[in-house]
Ligand binder design. Structure first.
Ligand code: PNW
Length: 467
């Protein structure tokens, strides 16, 4: 497999997110986000760390842009921290916050790297959570206002826009399981948060189009390849439930303009949605997009009965109404996250979206893996498992294109090791190692492999950073 197996127009990128890499959480007028709050709650983060410093990318972004040039990447997907733009989630924009992202975008463009900005990768201003967060309809309107402000100010240097990253995580990990910020356990009411997130997306799209005439606009969903453990009726129903809440509850409103009625029934939320998710909301949510971003990591195999997911003390299910569904360990190889490795599933999720919207371009906006890296001399990491994971999933991208699927790009998660949410710094996804004592960046074997695949200078010269 080589790069020339892909169309010339195929976009090769890496992805990160603001809270996971930036640090500098109190600098230049940034307000607190729900992740600043959750990381202070005892027991919330596996290793009790937080994003106060993270990769110090706020101060080291030039080095990180140089790294990307060294890897031979065409594009960089990063997220804009809402609390840097509006410290309390409303009102006038903070010029220092806008300036940071302008410098970053311009620095990328100077290196020939195209910026792809995500407007919401989970760092809600805490002030908005204090007013009810995503359970409040008003938050959708605040998000649209924030999006308009960013687009008006940065639309000359950023044309590729992703409204939301993984609204399933924001709603069901944030408001049902409580594993993610704001760490609330509201059961099925989390579905209302999902509706308000999607409404925010729908309201933001026309603002982006108005402010940026040549805008390329999409949303990113995390989709799973799903199957039943057996062909018994109850196992097939278990698979229907997880596919329903994890995949269709987001794909259907965005691409078809309707929530799946079976999922509303599983959630026992039919009455609220009948009352509050008006046809006008669904018309906004399903406004035509230029692409769909898909984050693909793994497959789920389901059966009826058994323990809830995740089965830990004090945990609540991320799949309210389907607590008895069991996630089956198939014995297949897993990453350090415990996520099954299943490259063909990447084709499954592309097909899932393509079946609904045959004309819509698709991008893999995240794919990657965590392994227990062993750090050698000078911060070197030999990670054949991560290299194999990337190679296999990139091969699946090639298969998808050969099958005629409209796949236009692949963004590896992640450029650098970073703050992995509830896992803190105990899980590393980077193709570049970060020493959190010194902040030294060292490309791993996987990074060097990708540079070789893409023809980036780092492949041959470990010190090359494209300068
Ligand atoms: C995604 N889950 O998160 C995010 O977009 C990234 O910020 C993150 O670092 C990456 O994948 C790796 O985890 C997820 O529990 C976090 O199902 C958790 C889940 C899914 C996606």
């Amino acid at each position: 497999m080589q790069r020339s197996d892909f169309p010339d127009s195929f976009v090769w990128g890496s992805a990160t997110a603001s809270y996971q890499i930036e640090g500098a959480v109190t600098e230049d007028g940034r307000g607190p986000s729900i992740w600043d709050t959750l990381t202070r709650r005892p027991g919330a983060i596996a290793d009790a760390t937080n994003g106060d410093i993270a990769d110090d990318h706020y101060h080291r972004w030039e080095e990180d842009v140089a790294l990307m040039a060294g890897l031979g990447l065409d594009a960089y997907r990063f997220s804009i921290a809402w609390p840097r733009i509006q410290a309390d989630g409303r009102g006038a924009a903070n010029p220092a916050g806008l300036d940071f992202y302008r410098r970053l975008a311009e620095g990328l463009l100077e290196r020939g790297i195209t910026p792809w900005a995500t407007l919401y990768h989970w760092d809600l201003p805490q002030a908005l959570e204090d007013r009810g967060g995503w359970l409040e309809r008003d938050t959708a309107f605040r998000f649209a206002e924030y999006s308009a402000t960013v687009a008006e100010n940065l639309g000359d240097v950023i044309t590729n826009w992703i409204t939301l990253n993984e609204p399933w995580c924001s709603s069901f990990l944030g408001y049902a399981s409580g594993a993610h910020a704001p760490g609330r356990q509201e059961g099925s009411r989390a579905a209302r948060a999902a509706h308000h997130l999607l409404l925010g997306h729908g309201l933001a799209v026309p603002e982006l189009r108005r402010a940026v005439p040549d805008a390329n606009v999409g949303i990113t969903l995390n989709l799973y390849s799903i199957r039943a453990a057996t062909d018994r009726g109850e196992d097939i129903d278990a698979a229907r439930r997880i596919d329903g809440l994890g995949n269709r509850f987001f794909l259907d409103p965005v691409l078809r303009g309707a929530y799946p009625s079976d999922v509303l029934a599983d959630l026992d939320e039919e009455a609220w949605f009948a009352e509050n998710a008006a046809p006008a909301d669904l018309a906004s949510i399903s406004a035509p997009l230029d692409f769909l971003g898909i984050n693909y990591y793994s497959r789920h195999t389901l059966r009826a009965g058994g323990a809830m997911h995740p089965a830990a003390d004090g945990a609540a299910s991320a799949y309210p109404g389907s607590e008895s569904v069991e996630f089956v360990d198939t014995g297949a190889e897993k990453t350090f996250m415990g996520w099954e490795i299943h490259p063909d599933g990447l084709v499954d999720v592309l097909e899932m979206a393509h079946a609904i919207a045959p004309e819509l371009p698709l991008h893999i906006t995240e794919n990657g893996s965590a392994y227990e890296d062993v750090v050698g001399e000078g911060g070197s990491v030999d990670d054949p498992e991560r290299t194999a994971y990337l190679r296999q999933h990139i091969a699946a991208c090639r298969d998808a294109i050969e099958r005629g699927l409209p796949l236009g790009g692949y963004f590896v998660w992640s450029l650098i090791d970073n703050f992995e949410w509830a896992w803190g710094h105990s899980r590393r996804f980077g193709i570049v190692h970060v020493d959190y004592e010194t902040q030294a960046r060292t490309p791993k074997t996987s990074g060097r492999w990708l540079a070789g695949f893409l023809g980036g200078p780092l492949a041959d010269d470990p010190d090359a950073t494209g300068s």
